[in-house]
Every structure is written in structure tokens, then in C-alpha cells.
Design a binder for this molecule. Structure first.
Ligand code: MUC
Ligand code: MG
Length: 372
């Protein structure tokens, strides 16, 4: 158990999406994954992933900055250190490197993957072990076209892949968004849960005006309707009690979680391992939500298979994810970089049982998509 870190390497992979993914913050035609590999002196390789949305559209880290910062700052800081003392590595990183939550998450994931492989246990065992063998997975309808979204939803329902849908709104006029939502709800029926994500696209006044019509249209949940910094506004919208409000962009780590929970600025927290700054921070954030009686949702940064399954391992250890998850990122990509794709079936994602993340890279595919 004296293994040390011998090498940290990064590569950027560009993988096309199956269709344009249209959000109020960006339209994505491809996704860039930063793949991190950490090799240790006992011959183990741990893998992690950092993925952003639309370059710098969503936050302050881009794939390029993540790669540079890992190569230039993280790698020298942890190379030569014990690979088994995860808390101590985390402390070392946080003492020297501010912010960079996505990069920290990728490094931490690779360290957890390596350590769980070393112990011969699935990653979830390091968080107390899975309570659930599978987690429910919602799909996001974001083609930008109502009829295409309806056809996509129907296909997902028929193939038993997803029966919960999140609609991206906030780029059209609110009245056009309402028409779009009503048409989709009418097509999929009452048994199918429809949620919307505004990605901060509305002012507080617009959001307030939308609450009643959205409730009447059958919307179950509204995600980040207004600017991430307007916590008092989120509190006022939540206090209306008309449609539950979920915080996403406002939640960048445990301090944000505490501020939102203390003032009850949301009914639901979207937990994202990258936004939280890693698996352990995400677990801490979950604890804050649980203590404050705020419901939980497993969120995604539209990550590829590695970050997706890392988050799924953590979510499998949480007793109650009241709003399920949206861990569908790999399904939005045209190609798969794992030797065996993740198991999506019967509206769920199955939690792998092998050591570490329980996944293996298809190295030929990885090379093919690696940016020269
Ligand atoms: C977000 O804001 O939630 C998650 C699903 C999706 O379609 O977009 C992401 C980002
Ligand atoms: Mg969101």
C-alpha cells in the first residue's frame, strides 16, 4: 500500500454529438472531453474526465485551460506523492490551487478509480457501497424544433430508454416556449414527467409571470430560471410554491450549497460532480441538501462515459434521489470510447460491478478522437 503517483497525463478528445444540442447558453455540435490518466508505482492506471459545455459558455474553465492547468500545476504537485492517501492529496491540491473545480474533479476521479482498482472494489465502495444497482435517467429534448423533440421523445419511450424529459427553454420568447412545452406535454401524455431548464435565461419578473402557466402546462420542475447570483430571486420564486425550483448553475460547491440551503432558495439541488469540484465535494453537498430537506437530482455537464459513470457510482450510494438523474451524456455522442458501452436499459443506467469505475477504454477510439 505504498504506491506513489508516477505520471499524470491529459488528452483532449473531440466527439461529435448525434444532433445539435440547443440551450439558452450554447448550441453544441460536438463535445470535448479532457481525459486524465494517473499512473502509480504499483502498475495501476486511474482515469478521470473533465468536460465543459460549449467551451467557456457555461463556466470559467475550458477544455484547453483544464488541460494546461493539469499539465502545468496539478501534475507536478501530486507526482511522487502517495497515491493511497486520497484525503491528503485533496488537501495538498486545495491548499495550492484555487477554483478549477472541473480539473480537480477529473484528477480526483482518476485517483479514486486507481485506488478502488488497487483494493479490488467498485468505486462506490469508497463512498460506503451502492444502495441501488441502477439509477433512473432522464433525457433532454433540445433539438430546437418542437416536432423533432416530440418524435425523439416517442422513440425514447418506445425503446424504454427514458420516460422523463427535460426541455431546454429560455432562448425563445416565453410565450413561444410555453407553446413548445404544451405541445410536447400533450404528445407524451400525463404519465410522463416534463421538467424545464432555463439556464438562467429569464429575468425574475419573467420567471414569476411564467410560474402559473407552466404549472397549468404540467411542468413538474423548473431548473435555474434566473441568474445564478440572484439567490434572493430564487428564494422568492421558491416561496411561491407553484412549481418546485431546482438550483443548478448557482451551486458551485459546498459554500454555495450552504448559502442556498440556509435561505431555502430552492426545493431541489442538481448535484454535479464537476460543478461541485469532485466526488467528495459532491457528497458533502448532498449532505447539506439532506440536512436542509432539499430534494436531490443527479445532474450532468453532458459528460462522456467516464465522468458519467463516476457520478453514477456516487449517486448509487445515496438513499434517495427524489428527482432521479440525467446521466445520459454518452448517449448524446455519436461514438463510444469504452470497450463495452455503459448499460442503459429499462429507463435506467446500471452501476458497473468491476473494480474502480468498472469501465475500460477502447484505446483505438481514444486515439482516433484525440486532438492532434
Ligand atoms: C444543464 O444546464 O443542466 C444537462 C443536461 C442538458 O441537456 O444540459 C446540461 C446542462
Ligand atoms: Mg441545468
Amino acid at each position: 500500500m505504498n504506491a506513489t503517483i508516477v505520471n499524470v497525463s491529459t488528452q483532449i478528445l473531440d466527439i461529435p454529438t448525434i444532433r445539435p444540442h440547443k440551450m439558452s447558453v450554447a448550441t453544441m455540435h460536438n463535445q470535448c472531453l479532457v481525459l486524465v490518466r494517473i499512473k502509480t508505482s504499483d502498475g495501476i492506471e486511474g482515469i478521470g474526465e473533465a468536460t465543459t459545455i460549449g467551451g467557456l459558455n457555461y463556466g470559467g474553465e475550458s477544455p484547453e485551460s483544464i488541460k494546461t492547468n493539469i499539465d502545468r500545476y496539478f501534475a507536478p504537485l501530486i507526482t511522487g506523492q502517495s497515491a493511497t492517501r486520497l484525503a491528503s492529496l485533496r488537501q495538498r491540491i486545495n491548499k495550492t490551487i484555487k477554483d478549477n473545480r472541473f480539473a480537480k474533479c477529473a484528477i480526483e476521479t482518476a485517483l479514486y478509480d486507481a485506488h478502488a482498482k488497487r483494493l479490488g472494489v467498485p468505486l462506490h465502495a469508497l463512498f460506503g457501497g451502492a444502495i441501488h444497482d441502477e439509477i433512473s435517467v432522464a433525457w433532454t429534448l433540445a433539438s430546437g424544433d418542437t416536432q423533432k423533440d416530440i418524435a425523439e421523445a416517442q422513440q425514447m419511450l418506445e425503446s424504454r430508454r427514458h420516460c422523463i424529459f427535460k426541455l431546454k427553454v429560455g432562448m425563445r420568447a416565453p410565450k413561444d416556449d410555453l407553446q413548445h412545452i404544451r405541445a410536447i406535454k400533450k404528445a407524451v401524455g400525463d404519465d410522463v414527467s416534463i421538467r424545464i431548464d432555463v439556464n438562467q435565461g429569464w429575468s425574475e419578473t419573467e420567471a414569476l409571470r411564467q410560474l402559473r402557466p407552466l404549472a397549468d402546462a404540467g411542468v413538474d420542475l423548473i431548473e435555474q430560471p434566473i441568474h445564478e447570483k440572484n439567490l434572493a430571486g430564487l428564494q422568492r420564486l421558491t416561496a411561491q410554491g407553484i412549481v418546485p425550483i431546482m438550483a443548478d448553475e448557482s451551486l458551485k460547491g459546498t459554500e454555495d450549497g450552504f448559502a442556498l440551503a440556509s435561505a431555502h432558495c430552492a426545493n431541489v439541488f442538481a448535484i454535479k460532480i464537476e460543478q461541485a469540484g469532485g466526488l467528495q465535494n459532491a457528497r458533502d453537498l448532498i449532505g447539506i441538501a439532506q440536512a436542509a430537506d432539499i430534494a436531490l437530482y443527479g445532474g450532468t455537464m453532458l459528460e462522456g462515459s467516464i465522468a458519467t459513470i463516476a457520478a453514477a457510482h456516487l449517486f448509487s450510494t445515496i438513499s434517495k434521489l427524489e428527482w432521479g438523474t440525467e446521466m445520459f451524456g454518452p448517449l448524446l455522442l455519436k461514438d463510444e470510447i469504452l470497450a463495452t458501452p455503459l448499460d442503459y436499459s429499462d429507463f435506467t443506467l446500471k452501476i458497473p460491478t468491476g473494480p474502480g469505475l468498472g469501465v475500460e477504454l477502447d484505446e483505438e477510439k481514444v486515439s482516433f478522437y484525440t486532438r492532434p
